[in-house]
Ligand binder design. Structure first.
Ligand SMILES: O=C(O)CCC(=O)C(=O)O
Ligand SMILES: [Fe+2]
Length: 293
């Protein structure tokens, strides 16, 4: 059994182990956040960061169903392993939301995750949220071709799992919970060597195969509607939805997560794209074509 200040008791069986709780804070100034959390790379749950968001009350399952029911969404099917592009399929949004609220992870193992497409297709949604004051994103200072698209929506059924992973490029992340609760288990960067390249399942660790995991000392939090979790760069995490859930999340670059993300953004987005564009141009050049023929 688990209980949470913002939710009712429930009997979710995933991961029976209990770990020390992440701080829950309200009324936190930016200065306090930077001093007590960001500069120590320490996670925190901020309980009042999105009190002014319209999405707090407006974004319900009915809202998404009635507004986007007839469009399709990219949905990830859970196969027991990390999500891969090949696990994704298109589903009518109305059918998806219906599956989420009437089923659970065992009957409906599908997750709308990391979805920026909906926000791009419907820019009016941007009026319903704004960047919480703690998380100014230095990516915003880079040219747009060196940025990934954020924020991203997560909608999933009760029991939906995100396996243990590290976020992209060592970025920091925040995730605000709008509907339902999510339980997070987080591992500090120093415990990386105990996680076997993040192959362990913290809910059911195979200790014969992953004996060092016994020494892992994670922390945990359960977030409910209105809560925002800050995940510092380099912290591995595993997440389960305790209820059917809606969240909005973003990765970002800033102090404590700067050189890593900047180097990766340059390599992945700039140099790779330049290389691809260059080779395409080369292939299209008739003189080169003649040489190849
Ligand atoms: O909310 C979730 O299921 C996982 C979110 C997350 O860790 C991520 O997007 O990187
Ligand atoms: Fe993550």
């Amino acid at each position: 059994m688990t209980s949470n200040p913002k939710g009712s008791a429930t009997s979710v069986v995933e991961c029976p182990e209990r770990y020390p709780e992440v701080d829950r804070r309200s009324g936190l100034s930016i200065r306090e956040f930077n001093r007590e959390y960001r500069s120590h790379r320490k996670p925190v749950v901020i309980t009042d960061a999105i009190d002014d968001w319209k999405a707090r009350t407006a974004w319900t399952f009915d809202f998404f169903k009635s507004k986007f029911g007839s469009s399709t969404a990219l949905v990830y099917r859970y196969t027991g392993e990390k999500y891969k592009p090949n696990d994704a399929l298109q589903m009518a949004f109305g059918d998806y939301v219906e599956g989420v609220i009437s089923g659970d992870w065992t009957t409906f193992p599908y997750y709308v995750r990391d979805n920026w497409a909906l926000l791009v297709a419907h820019p009016e949604l941007a009026a319903d949220y704004r960047l919480p004051k703690y998380f100014f994103d230095w990516f915003g200072l880079l040219p747009s071709f060196m940025r990934l698209r954020y924020p991203r929506i997560f909608i999933g059924p009760k029991g939906a799992v995100t396996p243990l992973h590290l976020d992209i490029w060592g970025t920091h992340a925040w995730l605000s919970q709008l509907v339902g609760r999510k339980r997070w288990i987080l591992f500090p960067p120093e415990q990386r060597h105990l996680l076997y390249n993040y192959g362990v399942d913290p809910a059911r660790p195979d200790l014969d195969r992953y004996p060092l995991f016994r020494q892992a000392r994670p922390v945990e939090c359960t977030i409910g509607p209105g809560d925002t979790v800050f995940v510092p760069g380099g912290w591995a995490h595993w997440v389960v939805s305790l209820d059917a859930s809606i969240s909005l999340s973003s990765n970002y670059m800033g102090p404590g997560a700067f050189w890593g993300p900047l180097t990766k953004a340059t390599q992945e987005l700039f140099l790779k794209r330049l290389w691809t564009a260059g080779t395409q141009l080369f292939r299209l050049n008739p003189a080169v074509k003649q040489l190849q023929d």
